[in-house]
Design a protein around this ligand. Structure first.
Ligand code: A4P
Ligand code: MG
Length: 157
């Protein structure tokens, strides 16, 4: 199954964290890295005050089920020393999110796929459009390029 993965870091050596996470993904025989976007420096979206992120999107192929893939990502996050925080959207050494898992639409207690925030996140839409402009979002039925074009920042009153 072809999957798209969002990766981000805003603590310690951000670039090194991302490259190490990609290294660990590549080591897994059941995960094949097909494409990776450039690294984008992005402003933190939501959450408490924190430093800028580096973000990227990866295209992988895997035989893992969505939940097993999530477990693998959690293992990589803890291998890279991510501490679990009770504060939503706080700074992190590494974060791996499943953006798309083939064309599957999943809503379970542990997983929502496609990732529900894709359309609100420039730090996902930019790198995604770089590597897969024609990819169709299975819920909105729009391409990545289109979602990026429609992206706008919600107006705060
Ligand atoms: N979960 C549900 N759906 C998914 C999915 N599609 N992929 C569940 C991965 N996980 C999914 O995640 C919490 C739980 O979400 C998981 O245990 C899983 O069961 P987490 O990574 O432990 O916690 P989190 O990342 O703090 O929460 P959340 O809500 O996933 O936050 P996001 O969406 O990851 O956003 N600004 C910039 N510029 N760049 C960023 O990368 N990231 C965030 C975090 C906020 N602001 C950012 C960035
Ligand atoms: Mg996450």
């Amino acid at each position: 199954v072809i999957c798209y993965i969002g990766i981000g870091s805003n603590l310690d050596n951000r670039r090194k964290n991302i490259l190490r996470a990609i290294g660990l993904l590549k080591k897994d025989k059941n995960i094949k890295l097909i494409k990776k976007s450039r690294l984008y420096e992005t402003n933190p979206l939501a959450g408490p005050a924190q430093g800028k992120y580096l973000n990227a999107v990866l295209k992988i192929e895997t035989v893992y089920s969505p939940h097993t893939l999530l477990d693998k990502f959690k293992a990589i996050e803890s291998a890279l020393g991510r501490r679990s925080s009770s504060i939503k959207w706080s700074a992190r050494t590494i974060d791996l999110d499943i953006l798309f898992y083939g064309k599957r639409i999943i809503k379970s207690k542990k997983l929502t796929i496609p990732h529900p925030e894709i359309k609100n996140r420039i730090f996902v839409l930019k790198p995604l459009t770089e590597i897969a402009p024609g990819l169709i979002h299975p819920v909105f039925r729009k391409t990545a390029k289109r979602l990026l074009k429609e992206y706008c920042i919600p107006h705060k009153k």
